[in-house]
Design a binder for this molecule. Sequence first.
Ligand code: NAP
Length: 337
Amino acid sequence: MTSIRRVVLASRPAGQPKPENFRIEGFELPEAAEGEVTVQSLYLSLDPYMRGRMSDAKSYAAPVPVDGVMEGETVSEVVKSRHTGFAPGDIVRGRTGWSTHAVVRGETLRRVETYGAPLTTALGVLGMPGSTAWSGLKFIGQPKQGETVVVAAASGPVGSLVGQLAKLAGARAVGIAGGPDKCSFVKDGLGFDAVVDHRSKDLGSDLDIACPNGIDVYFENVGGHVWDAVLPRLNQFARVPVCGLVAHYNGTGSGASDRLPATMSAILRRSLLVRGFIQTEFASHFEEFLEEVAPRVVSGDIKYREDIVDGLENAPEAFIGMLTGGNFGKLIVKLSI
Ligand code: NAP
């Protein structure tokens, strides 16, 4: 097998993806045309949204075609450039896919700026997931001093930043995570005020203890049984930025059939603001996000955790695991050729 490799979608999964839904293959890298750049990927980000791209169900983005390269963002080094904006040696981020190398239009790449933080942060706390947390909380959640902000998937790149930003806004931050290790990281490592384990026998009672004044902002990353437990505890005029529903991405475990009437009734009776968003909506605020968050990451005031897997061949298994909580922190693949 050549050292130039990529992972393609071999078949569409039914439910939880399986290793056979992916195929790793060598390929011939085309020569860059005028305006194009050849990159060698250093790090590949694995994100929950990729499960949606594996399906051909109608969505906000087109699916990856069968036999097409899996979509994904990378941090890469420019090796050849026929675009005036880039030169060999530049470090860039772009949607170059699950691939060790790629040839892409120069205008689709951005120079990596991490203000001195490690390069991997450009895919996590200082990249797409971080800006998702920042914009969803700032523009939709709008936490106020003394309010209670709850976030699920709290040890991951989105949730961990949501809670820390909520605290900086003077709110009380409560995380929901799976298992004792993630829970102690959220409370002791990230400094949340409280944490509850969504695998507990009685998540509702645990939330009552963690949120004695109810919930003013619930940053929704998960759905499923976590939403069932949060819904009755939302205060009048609570805000719910709906960022992700990872519990539903495999099309399993959708749970109670009366969820919709319960949700609609709560929205009505408690005047809830439930607002979905895709982070691209706030793309024009990316520089503002970086200027606010990056210095705090560099100084150590904002903490983050990464889960780095070695080698493109291990990407499918790591991705499959993430969909049920197998990752612990921002999942990134280090590419070795
Ligand atoms: P992440 O936290 O690194 O990984 C997903 C986590 O979800 C898992 O580690 C697991 O954590 C939790 N989880 C999985 N299945 C669950 C279940 N059935 N019940 C409860 N928790 C479950 O992911 P991330 O990158 O930070 O993303 C978090 C969410 O934001 C995802 O839903 C993602 O799709 C969404 N997102 C949306 C946008 C947007 O533009 N709207 C952008 C980026 C991300 P535990 O082990 O702690 O349960």
